[in-house]
Each structure stands twice: as structure tokens, then as C-alpha cells.
Design a protein around this ligand. Structure first.
Ligand SMILES: [Zn+2]
Ligand SMILES: [Zn+2]
Ligand SMILES: [Zn+2]
Ligand SMILES: [Zn+2]
Length: 136
């Protein structure tokens, strides 16, 4: 008989003893029904703060990209309320922006366990996201 995998998400002083039902796609921990933040066909996210933040961020990011794409189709900069003729592309979300709404920055890309900084043209939204996705 194989031992039942126990939930790994509970706090250090409040160990969770429920049987694990899923494995978190972000932190790799097994978690139980009580520690489920989100589970769908190919997704499983535990309730740890950082994992929850990543899931919420992804949803917001998709919404942002949809808004930017809509504005770009109308010939406008991706930023709400900004003007026409966006001439620059964000290296990360591939949205089009005016020169004022895109910055040249050194962005930390994750390559395995190390992070490598590369110069990119990046919109403010993508720049802010790096805090949520950096590994540590
Ligand atoms: Zn997790
Ligand atoms: Zn649990
Ligand atoms: Zn962007
Ligand atoms: Zn703009």
C-alpha cells in the first residue's frame, strides 16, 4: 500500500494533515481541498500568497492585453486615454505604445535558476509584473 500524500501547504505551526488532491503549478507543493485556490482542467493553484498572486496577475494580464489589442486595432496607444500612432512594441506583451509609454529597461529574465538582465522596451504594466514573477 502506498502512503497517502499529505498536504504541504499549511503553516509551520499549523501543519495540515488532509490528504493532498492536487499539486500546485507554481510552487510544486501538494495541497488538499481546503488549501485550493483554483483548480481547472490543467491548472492547480494552492492558497499560498505568492501562488494566489500569480494566478490573479495572469488573469489581469490577459485582460490588459485584450484592452491593449483593442486600442491598437483602433490605431491608438495601448494606454487608456492616450493618442494615436503607437510606434513602439513592448517586448513582453507585444502591445503597441507611443514613445512616452514605453521605456528601455533592463529586465530580469529567468533562465533556469539564474536571472539574466536584458535590455528591453517595456510598458509599465509588464515592468510591474516582474515583482510577482521573480523567483526567490
Ligand atoms: Zn503553490
Ligand atoms: Zn491542506
Ligand atoms: Zn507590455
Ligand atoms: Zn501612449
Amino acid at each position: 500500500m502506498t502512503p497517502v500524500q499529505v498536504c504541504q501547504v499549511g503553516g509551520r505551526f499549523s501543519r495540515c494533515h488532509n490528504p493532498a488532491e492536487h499539486t500546485c503549478q507554481y510552487c510544486g507543493r501538494a495541497f488538499c481541498a481546503a488549501h485550493t485556490d483554483y483548480v481547472a482542467d490543467h491548472e492547480a493553484v494552492c492558497t499560498r500568497k505568492r501562488c494566489h498572486a500569480k494566478r490573479v496577475d495572469l488573469e489581469e494580464h490577459l485582460a490588459y492585453r485584450a484592452r491593449v489589442a483593442q486600442r491598437n486595432r483602433a490605431g491608438l496607444c495601448g494606454i487608456e486615454g492616450c493618442g494615436p500612432h503607437p510606434g513602439f512594441e513592448c517586448s513582453l506583451c507585444l502591445g503597441l505604445f507611443c514613445g512616452e509609454h514605453l521605456r528601455e529597461r533592463h529586465y530580469p529574465f529567468q533562465e533556469g535558476r539564474i536571472s539574466v538582465e536584458r535590455p528591453v522596451s517595456i510598458c509599465a504594466h509588464c515592468w510591474e509584473r516582474r515583482k510577482i514573477w521573480r523567483v526567490r
